[in-house]
Design a protein around this ligand. Structure first.
Ligand code: 5AD
Ligand code: SF4
Ligand code: FES
Length: 368
């Protein structure tokens, strides 16, 4: 269970006195501007992080296995209508080589991520999971979008440990607007998350900060939803506009809430959301996201780790494919080799006096 007590400083509470975390308080924290108050928030998030998940930073090797996608998300450059994209689907041997690279670099787990690609069949993914499990001790996280229970069960049986599926926003009206249903198939990511938990997956989710139409109330509700659903992993990164998409083009203005209510997609608001996420879910695994590192190349990763995060997901996709997985332009590390990122991250983590996590680093399975 997420053990956060959401009232002021009562016994057993994760957040100390002064951190009432009901909806009104989370909303007020999100728009807080006073530097002294914010310093107290940063310190509390860092204290709770250290007390509940310690100083280890877990590294997950990210393999972007296919850029094909059947969906129409209004925010994402990989959406099906992006016809100018040079799409790819990695071969099984290439995926195995990337997983091996993650293992060689000392990472305890690998994340296989793709657009929603029916070309990644149940059997293809199951074979890859089995092959990675045979060859390495890596924990395996899947992030392959909305898939059938039959597929999810088969992948779990093949050895997949975790599944990432961001719910993107807890506001059902905004969700339907930015994430259109496939014809005849209503999208319910909360229901899929529940089913995957029942199948034995550790489940991860998350939202973007500053998506056009996202209000302070919506983002506060998102953060409280992480607590309510007791998520094991939670990724919170800034929305970065892609010119290939309706939300990144000139027509985007039509989607914005009025200026008083619209959440900005900036670094400070993202860091507040990360810190509050740590306070409401003290023992969750929370990455310092690539999107945050993209927004602030100099120190985005470090600031995330200093304000609640305990995970980083370095890219181990072959560079030739990586540049083609363009969810948004200008992604951090896109031209770096996996080895360069490993060295870079190790230095950054040590500069924070934190340790490199060993082993799979699951919420329940670190000793695996
Ligand atoms: N900016 C930031 N994050 C994005 N994602 C998709 N498009 C964007 C964007 N333009 C995130 C979504 C998705 C994850 C794989 O990437 O939250 O779930
Ligand atoms: Fe496809 Fe995922 Fe991008 Fe949506 S966010 S268009 S499902 S890759
Ligand atoms: Fe990739 Fe620094 S983390 S180059």
């Amino acid at each position: 269970m997420c053990s956060a007590e959401l009232t002021t400083g009562s016994a057993g509470s994760a957040a100390g006195p002064g951190f009432r975390l009901d909806h009104a308080a989370v909303k007020a924290w999100l728009s807080e501007k006073d530097p002294d108050a914010l310093e107290a928030l940063w310190q509390e998030a860092d204290r709770v992080r250290k007390a509940h998940v310690g100083d280890d930073v877990h590294l997950r090797g990210l393999v972007e296995i296919s850029s094909h996608c059947v969906r129409n998300c209004l925010y994402c450059g990989l959406r099906a209508p992006s016809r100018d994209l040079d799409r790819y689907r990695m071969e099984a041997e290439e995926i195995l080589a990337s997983a091996w690279e993650a293992h060689r670099l000392g990472y305890g787990s690998v994340v296989l991520q793709a657009g929603e690609d029916p070309g990644l069949t149940k059997e293809f993914i199951a074979q890859i999971i089995r092959a990675i499990k045979r060859a390495t001790p890596l924990a395996i996280t899947l992030s392959l979008g909305e898939r059938s229970d039959d597929e999810l069960r088969a992948w779990r049986a093949a050895g997949a440990d975790r599944y990432l599926l961001r719910f993107e926003t807890s506001d059902p009206v905004l969700y339907r607007r930015i994430h259109p249903d496939l014809p005849g198939i209503p999208s319910d990511r909360f229901a899929q998350l529940h089913r995957m938990r029942a199948m034995g997956y550790e489940i991860g989710t998350g939202v973007m900060v500053g998506i056009p139409g996202q209000t302070w109330d919506t983002l506060a509700a998102d953060i409280l939803r992480f607590h309510e659903f007791d998520m094991d992993m939670i990724g919170v990164g800034p929305f970065l506009p892609s010119p290939r998409t309706p939300l990144g083009g000139p027509g985007a203005v039509a989607f914005f809430a009025d200026p008083e209510h619209q959440v900005p997609n900036d670094e400070l608001t993202t860091l507040k959301a990360v810190a509050l996420t740590r306070l409401v879910c003290p023992d969750a695994n929370i990455p310092s996201t690539t999107a945050l590192a993209t927004l602030d190349r100099a120190q985005g990763r470090e600031l995330g780790l200093m304000r609640g995060a305990n995970v980083v997901m370095p890219n181990v996709t072959p560079v030739a494919y990586r540049v083609r997985y363009e969810i948004y332009p200008g992604k951090a590390c896109v031209n770096e080799t996996a080895t360069a990122c490993q060295g870079c991250l190790e230095g950054r983590i040590r500069s924070l006096r934190r340790r490199l996590g060993k082993g799979p680093g699951g919420r329940y399975s670190n000793a695996m």
